[in-house]
Each structure stands twice: as structure tokens, then as C-alpha cells.
Design a protein around this ligand. Structure first.
Ligand code: SF4
Length: 357
């Protein structure tokens, strides 16, 4: 493997955040929560923006040990065809959703770039905001997606530990640690406006993972200061394949991590998905988390046909309806926002690397 980028091994941030993440600082969890809440209010007010994932396909050419869609799983494979995508989007729209994340696995013959680009085009005609979580692409391919109306890319490194990464990504294109690490920058160079990063918590030692993730975010914010950057905090959930996390992350650590990220990165959107249970999600909303998924289906075709859509990538933990979830947010005096973006803003932006102003 080529040398790791300098930012990943830059220890300057460690002295500041490692004691906070590991609980060795004098600050209690309650103090961190209160500081994080104040920072969230200052920068984001009481707004929580909402989105929902749309699984386009469960085809995949990679063998991630922790995923229900890995290419050695026995469940039937399928992809949504254009009329099915339209039907799913209509079902989502009926729930009030205006911000969609399109997902698929690593490239296959069935689900390559052209398929994805057409899905983006279709979704952008219906939804105000379209983002993609799929395979790593070239700068030119990202530019093509931006031209079709894609404004955001989510790409998790999964684990920032290169050795562990090699063991968990058993085969397929996703085995290339550095190629994946460089993907967020290629997306931004291609004119994508916002980038979402994260580590799949449970795969490697959590303090080291959180520190590496923080370094990644800082690097992106400094180098691409015009871009929006968001951070997700996915924990491993039960899935076909039965992978058990080597480093389970409990609620206390995850809450601490969210608070530390909010305090250290006041402008960054922090995202919590329906992998987490209702009590934890409700507790974190407004205490640091500013963006959440709702009414999620992690099966292919699961909005139109929730019962008959087959195997999910992982089990969701918060299965409340959009209405129930919004009620819970309002009871905390938070304002759910379904549309936080207008297509009038779409169109590729010219990106250039530059330091912080
Ligand atoms: S995590 Fe993504 S790339 Fe890995 S097996 Fe699952 S769908 Fe494929």
C-alpha cells in the first residue's frame, strides 16, 4: 500500500480530543452535553433536517464481512427499474420526504454508473434534494452526477485502521483502502456540494476511529472550505451474515463522541440514522445531532411494498412513522424540516483547493 496521507497521522488534534473521547478529561458527560447543546443552538437553531434512504439495488461485487448485501449472501438480488424508482419516490413523497439518499453497492453489470446516473436524474425531477451513497467514482463521473442534480455524496471509510480494513473487506473493489479514503475529495473536485463521512462503529478501537474521523473532517473542511461536510455515527446492526462487532460501542461512548464532535466542529452537520433506537435518537436530537433519517426502509422496494421487499442491508431500530417522529421532535421544541434545499441552487460548483479563509 502507498503511504498514508499526512492528515491521517497528524497528531495535533489528539491532545485536544482524545482525553474527551476516552473520558479521561475532567469534563463529565453532562457538561459535554450542555456545551454541545449550546453550540448546536448557536449555529443551527432548533432545526432538524430530515431525509430518507432509497435502496436502488442489493447487487454488490464486494465482500464486506459486516454487510447483509455482500456478494456471498444467499438472498435473491434485484434492482429497481425506472418505473419502480418512480413508484418508490412517489411513496416517499407521500410521506412528506423531500430529501432522498440513493443507495447501491459496489459496481456490478446490473448497477453501474449509467444506471445510477439515470436514477439520480429521475429522483432530481421529483425531490428537491438528491444525494448518493454508492461506489467510489472518478472526478468526471461525479461531475456527471452533479450535472444531473446530485448535490451530496455519502461515503464512509468504515474503518480508518488499514490492517483491520484489509481483513474486513474480504474481496472486491472496496478492498482498496486508499482509493476509498481519497473518494470524498474526488467528489468535491467533481462539483458535488456536500460530502458525508463516517466510520462504522464497532469495527475497530473506537477512540482511535473517532480521532481519525475527526482528522478527516478537519482536513476536508480546511481543504474544501466552500463544501458542506457532514458526519454520521453508524453502529453495526444485526444483518444477514451475522457479523458481531469486535469493538461494541455503547450508548455512553456514542453520546460522548457526538458531543465532542459538535464542540470541536460547530459548523458541521451531525447525522443520526434509524439504526439507533427511538429513545437514543430523541435524546440526541438538538444535543448535537442536526440531521436525521426517518421512516427508513433498508430493503429494495420497501416504501411501496414494506412487507414483500426481501432482505434488508441491516435491521432498523427506529421504525416510527414520519408523523410519530416529528411529534417527538416537536415535543422537545425542535422543528423538523423536510425540505432544506431548493433545486434552484443546483448545478455544479467550481471547486478549488484552498486553505481556510
Ligand atoms: S457495505 Fe456496500 S460495498 Fe460492502 S458488501 Fe455491503 S453493499 Fe457491498
Amino acid at each position: 500500500m502507498n503511504a498514508l496521507p499526512a492528515w491521517l497521522t497528524d497528531t495535533r488534534l489528539s491532545a485536544e480530543i482524545v482525553p474527551l473521547l476516552s473520558g479521561r478529561s475532567e469534563a463529565s458527560l453532562e457538561q459535554l452535553a450542555s456545551e454541545a447543546k449550546a453550540a448546536t443552538l448557536r449555529r443551527f437553531g432548533r432545526i432538524v433536517s430530515l431525509y430518507a434512504p432509497l435502496y436502488l439495488s442489493n447487487h454488490c461485487s464486494s465482500g464486506c464481512a459486516y454487510c447483509g448485501f455482500a456478494s456471498d449472501r444467499k438472498s435473491p438480488r434485484r434492482r429497481l427499474e425506472p418505473d419502480e424508482i418512480k413508484r418508490e419516490l412517489a411513496a416517499m413523497k407521500a410521506l412528506g420526504i423531500g430529501d432522498v439518499l440513493l443507495l447501491t453497492g459496489e459496481r456490478t453489470i446490473e448497477t453501474g454508473y449509467d444506471y445510477l446516473r439515470q436514477a439520480v436524474e429521475r429522483a432530481a425531477g421529483i425531490m428537491p434534494r438528491v444525494a448518493v451513497e454508492a461506489f467510489p467514482m472518478t472526478v468526471a463521473e461525479y461531475r456527471g452526477l452533479a450535472e444531473c442534480g446530485c448535490t451530496g455524496i455519502t461515503i464512509y471509510q468504515e474503518t480508518y485502521d488499514p490492517e483491520n480494513y484489509g481483513k474486513l473487506h474480504r474481496w472486491g473493489p472496496k478492498r482498496d483502502f486508499l482509493e476509498r479514503l481519497e473518494t470524498p475529495e474526488r467528489a468535491l473536485q467533481g462539483g458535488i456540494r456536500s460530502i458525508g463521512v463516517g466510520a462504522l462503529l464497532g469495527l475497530s478501537e473506537p477512540v482511535a476511529e473517532a480521532t481519525a474521523l475527526a482528522r478527516h473532517v478537519m482536513h476536508l473542511c480546511r481543504s474544501y472550505w466552500k463544501a458542506g461536510v457532514s458526519v454520521s455515527f453508524p453502529r453495526i446492526r444485526p444483518q444477514e451474515g451475522g457479523y458481531q462487532p469486535a469493538w461494541p460501542v455503547d450508548d455512553r461512548f456514542l453520546a460522548r463522541m457526538i458531543f465532542v464532535f459538535r464542540i470541536a466542529m460547530p459548523d458541521v452537520d451531525l447525522v443520526l440514522s434509524t439504526r439507533e433506537n427511538p429513545a437514543f435518537r430523541d435524546g440526541m436530537a438538538g444535543l448535537g445531532i442536526t440531521r436525521m433519517s426517518i421512516a427508513s426502509r433498508t430493503t429494495v422496494g420497501g416504501y411501496h411494498d414494506p412487507e414483500g421487499a426481501g432482505t434488508s442491508q441491516f435491521e432498523v431500530s427506529d421504525d416510527r412513522s414520519a408523523e410519530e417522529f416529528c411529534r417527538a421532535l416537536r415535543s422537545k421544541e425542535l422543528e423538523p424540516v423536510f425540505k432544506n434545499w431548493d433545486p434552484a441552487f443546483n448545478g455544479p460548483i467550481v471547486t478549488e483547493e484552498a486553505g481556510c479563509p
